[in-house]
Design a protein around this ligand. Structure first.
Ligand SMILES: [Mn+2]
Length: 309
């Protein structure tokens, strides 16, 4: 019975991706030859998602890069009394790969899917790529593709069930905007970073211009060309993306936008005024970090609290 259900789900997944691919991209040959650009095209229609506040009682927990560290994730959730709280959990990407218990992490997310949201990290992107096109490593042996796809991504993809891959690919978004209407706060979850051009300061909402690659990979921005982003610092005119975001926010003091991200384990925990970097390298022996937002009626503000295990 269960095997049959998984088979049906898997078939449904294969067909739906195939149809989306054929319909929107005219690839037409299944997954062989599927490029990361084509995968970006598949994900594009759900690049951003908005979540509107559902009453003041709810708390919002943003969790940094888990990388399959299931036990640490459980410790963190216990620490914030997840089970007995009205809490929405938002993963900022890279919740799988590199660590020991990737499947268990995804199982937990699916079991709690009513209370779980997530944005995709560069590693989820690579795993989805491998799940759709297991030939990608051979096809890309020249290494010309901008996304890094490794044997380890293929192994994670093969360890996940079709339903689990479907969940990640279909439920994941690239940027999640949490609108806290009562306090006019905006909490934006993204894996790598975001640029000022991605936010419309007149409507107070996201209006994404960056590519999916930038949103899931950027660390630095070329100050001569603000759309040019990179994982590496290529010279003195390259600065971390949040310097650009900071400058824009300083010019919009009335705006209460906070960007919560992961991805930059080298920099580590990086809590700044307008941006909150939560990748404290849990998979390399560091702590797992999260930010918990709770409504404070005395100040009519959601206050943030750093939680680490
Ligand atoms: Mn990352």
């Amino acid at each position: 019975m269960i095997a049959k259900r998984i088979a049906v789900l898997t078939l449904g997944f294969v067909l739906s991706i195939f149809l989306i691919t054929v319909m929107t991209l005219d690839v037409g040959h299944g997954y062989r030859g599927l490029t990361t650009e084509a995968l970006e095209g598949i994900l594009k229609p759900r690049v951003a998602r908005t979540m509107v506040e559902q009453g003041n009682e709810k708390q919002y927990l943003f969790i940094g890069d888990v990388h399959g560290m299931y036990d640490k994730l459980m410790d963190l959730l216990n620490k914030v009394s997840f089970e007995s709280s009205d809490m929405e959990v938002i993963f900022v990407g890279d919740f799988i790969t590199k660590g020991p218990d990737n499947v268990k992490v995804v199982e937990w997310m699916m079991e709690h899917r009513d209370k779980v949201q997530f944005v995709l990290g560069n590693n989820e992107f690579s795993v989805i790529m491998c799940a759709l096109n297991p030939e990608v490593l051979q096809e890309n042996s020249a290494g010309t593709d901008i996304y890094k796809v490794k044997q380890s991504h293929l192994e994670v993809a093969q360890s996940l069930s079709g339903a689990q891959v479907e969940y990640i690919a279909q439920e994941g978004t690239i940027v999640l905007e949490v609108d806290l209407e009562k306090t006019q706060q905006r909490l934006i979850a993204v894996h790598a970073g975001i640029l000022p051009m991605d936010y419309d300061f007149s409507t107070h909402h996201l209006n994404l211009k960056s590519t999916i690659f930038s949103l899931t990979n950027m660390k630095y921005v070329n100050s001569y060309d603000n759309m040019d982003t990179s994982r590496e610092k290529k010279g003195n005119h390259w600065q971390r993306w949040y310097k650009f975001w900071d400058a824009e926010m300083e010019a919009h003091e009335e705006e209460h936008v906070t960007v919560i991200y992961g991805h930059d384990a080298k920099k580590g925990l990086n809590i700044r005024k307008y941006t909150k970097g939560l990748d404290s390298a849990a998979v390399k022996g560091g702590k797992l970090s999260a930010l918990l937002y709770t409504y404070d009626s005395s100040q009519n503000l959601y206050k943030e609290q750093l939680v680490q295990v």
